[in-house]
Structures are given as structure tokens and as C-alpha cells.
Design a protein around this ligand. Structure first.
Ligand code: PLP
Length: 383
């Protein structure tokens, strides 16, 4: 209790003047109002407009990807990417049991099912060792990766960069390449995280980002797909815009398309937020350093970036001793005006995914029992 009070008192001092400190709230201090108003004044609020193109161009420039496609949200970015990578009904898609539900939902939209591997204790993302163990049960038949125990085709592998901490994406891709398995990076939480000099999300065949309200930056709702593959990029744009054949007056469609467009209204907000992204990340990194100094004097370890990384520190996290202490802290902090949250319930425990193939999830279970997210918003007081 004494420790809990010390922690909540410290966090309240970091975010002064608030009756309740949220876990993560958006911060608008740039051209947000100007750009959004501009879409209204020009009547371009919907599915076409200059901000959509600018959003894509800014994301290309920022991530270093060759192509960026704006889309309505991160979940549809994942759905579309899985389709583009060739995932089919009844396939298995390798992913983490420790992730936000969107990853598994997107897999399910195709009629494929997730196969769960464990995560790394330091990175919270896909464990290379657990993946290797899973792949030892996969064989190539005429170049097609088949999971021997189930006889199912492996459609893709989707690692996720949890809370902005990068997975060892280079090692994951090297392993998957041996089995002809395309890798899609769920980089929804890692915008601004650089791993080994390259932006997370740009290592895989495709990468996806989210601009939901709780993310590092937001456009209300929105997403981006990145890829270096020109054919996939063109196909992504086509399929997310109802697969309409370009023509000035005729309505022709050559495939089953999706209305997954990012409205110009949201893209305008995204452009303004992207202009602030680096200063927001510097601010959040400074906050994590302050937390690090504080938690060093407590029994609780703070999640910190691995080597060769510039993490965005989207959400800071600490580790309690066990589930009982975790719950006691969550109860205490939330009652005392400091929002804290456990990590997601493991996907293999949810009714929709309880029968999915699962590797041993030792680390995932440990993290689920002990991790707590603590407030991590941009701080006005700055570094
Ligand atoms: C937020 C998030 C998404 C989905 O993004 P939306 O824009 O909310 O659809 C996908 N995956 C992960 C890991 C996320 O955290």
C-alpha cells in the first residue's frame, strides 16, 4: 500500500491539474484545427481530397517505405494486408496470443484462424524461439508451407510491436523466409519506433499503422498500409476504394472491393498530427526516463527499450509481483484518480479463439498476470 501510494502520488505530480489522469489522451497543439477547418471550407470532407494524398506522402517520407496507402482504420489495414499477402480461407496465420483483438479479428474476417506463439519477456512481442519451435512442425509441399499436425496451409505471420517495443523483426523474417511465409507487421502501436536504423512496419512484405484516438498520434480513426511492392500498393488502393475502374463517368468494378477509404477530414487531422510526431515522441521518451529514475527506487521494473532501438514509448508499463498484487494496484490506482490497466486477456482464452492451435505460452501468461500500463500521455510541462 505504501508503495502504491508513492506511485500514484508521483504520477499525479507528473500530470498536474487533473482530477483523473487518463492512460493516454491525444494532444493537439499544431495545425489540427486549421487543416480540419480547411476540409469543411473547401467541401472536401469525404473520400477524396488533397489531405489523403498528403497523408500518404508524409507517411512514405516518415517511414521510408516506398508506398503508403491511407485506409479507414488499423483493423481494416490488417484485413486488407492479409488479403494482399494471399491469405485464404482455412489457412493458419501465425501470431501472438498477447495482442489486441484487432489482429485476430482481421485474420477471422478471411475465414483463416490464428495459430498462437509465445512472446519475448523483454520485448512483449513475438518470440523468435517460440516461432522457430512452431516452424519445426511446418514442411514445404511444392513450395507451400504446411503445418504438419493440422495439415493446414500457413498463410502469413503477423508479429506485433507491443506498446511500441519492436520485435526482433529481422530474425522473424529470416525464419519465415525459409518457409515461404509472408510477414505482415502489425505496427499499430509502434509509429515512430526505429529498430536497427529502419522504421518498424517497413521490414515485412506489408506493415500497418493505426491512428485511433488512444494511439501515439490520432486522426480520430484512420490507418496506413506500407509496402515496397508496387503491385501490392496499387492493389491496396484499388480494393480499398470499391475496386472501381478509373473512368470519368462510368461505374465499373473489376473485383469485390471494400469501402475502406480514409476520409479527407480524418487525413487532414493526420497530417497536422504527423507534423508534431517527433516532438511528441521526444516528450514521451523524456517521461519514460523520469519513470525509470523513479521506479529504480521501487520493487517494480519499468518496461524499457531493447538495444538498437528508438522506441516511441507509446504506453509505459511496469511489472508487479503476481496477479494478486497486480489487481490490488489496479484497484488502488483507478480508485485514486490514476488510470491504470492490465494487458489484454490472452487471445486463446477468448471463446472465439479457444480451440486455436497454441504453442506453450509461458511468457505471455506471466506478462498477463503482472503487467500494468501507467499514464503515458504527452506532458504539457514537457521534458
Ligand atoms: C489499435 C490497434 C489496432 C487497430 O487499430 P484501429 O485503428 O483501432 O482499428 C490493431 N492492432 C493493434 C495491436 C492495436 O493496438
Amino acid at each position: 500500500m505504501e508503495n502504491f501510494l508513492k506511485i500514484t502520488t508521483f504520477i499525479k505530480a507528473l500530470y498536474p491539474g487533473k482530477a483523473f489522469i487518463p492512460l493516454h489522451e491525444p494532444s493537439f497543439f499544431g495545425n489540427e484545427k486549421k487543416y480540419v477547418l480547411d476540409t469543411i471550407e473547401t467541401n472536401f470532407v469525404s473520400s477524396v481530397g488533397a489531405y489523403v494524398d498528403r497523408f500518404e506522402e508524409m507517411m512514405r517520407a516518415y517511414t521510408g517505405a516506398k508506398y503508403a496507402i491511407a485506409i479507414v482504420n488499423g483493423t481494416s489495414a490488417l484485413h486488407m494486408s492479409l488479403m494482399l499477402a494471399g491469405v485464404q480461407q482455412d489457412d493458419l496465420v501465425i501470431t501472438q496470443a498477447l495482442s489486441f483483438i484487432a489482429t485476430c479479428n482481421a485474420i477471422s474476417y478471411i475465414g483463416a484462424s490464428p495459430a498462437f506463439v509465445d512472446v519475448d519477456e523483454e520485448r512483449l512481442g513475438m518470440s523468435v524461439a517460440s516461432l522457430a519451435q512452431f516452424l519445426s512442425q511446418v514442411t514445404l509441399q511444392n513450395g507451400i508451407p504446411i503445418h504438419i499436425p493440422s495439415g493446414k496451409r500457413i498463410g502469413a505471420c503477423v508479429p506485433m510491436h507491443t506498446f511500441g517495443m519492436p520485435v526482433a523483426i529481422d530474425e522473424i523474417i529470416a525464419l519465415c523466409n525459409q518457409y515461404n511465409i509472408p510477414v505482415i507487421e502489425d505496427a499499430a502501436e509502434s509509429l515512430g519506433t526505429i529498430y536497427k536504423g529502419k522504421h518498424t512496419g517497413t521490414y515485412g512484405l506489408l506493415g500497418t499503422y493505426s491512428f485511433n484516438g488512444n494511439k501515439t498520434i490520432t486522426c480520430g480513426g484512420g490507418g496506413i498500409i506500407v509496402t515496397d511492392d508496387e503491385i501490392l500498393a496499387k492493389r491496396a488502393k484499388h480494393l480499398t476504394t470499391q475496386a472501381k475502374v478509373p473512368h470519368s463517368w462510368e461505374f465499373n468494378h473489376d473485383a469485390i472491393g471494400y469501402n475502406y477509404r480514409c476520409p479527407n477530414l480524418n487525413a487532414a487531422l493526420a497530417c497536422a498530427q504527423l507534423e508534431q510526431l517527433e516532438s511528441i515522441i521526444e516528450n514521451k521518451r523524456a517521461t519514460s526516463n523520469i519513470y525509470e529514475d523513479f521506479f529504480r527506487e521501487t520493487p517494480y521494473k519499468l518496461l524499457r527499450e531493447p538495444d538498437n532501438t528508438r522506441a516511441n514509448y507509446w504506453l509505459n508499463a511496469i511489472f508487479l509481483q503476481d496477479r494478486a498484487e497486480r489487481d490490488a494496484f489496479l484497484e488502488f490506482a483507478n480508485k485514486n484518480g490514476v488510470m491504470t490497466r492490465p494487458i489484454w486477456t490472452l487471445m486463446n482464452k477468448l471463446p472465439m479463439f479457444k480451440d486455436c492451435y497454441t504453442q506453450s505460452l509461458e511468457n505471455s501468461i506471466k506478462i498477463e498476470n503482472t503487467l500494468v500500463n501507467i499514464p503515458s500521455s504527452y506532458r504539457e510541462q514537457g521534458s
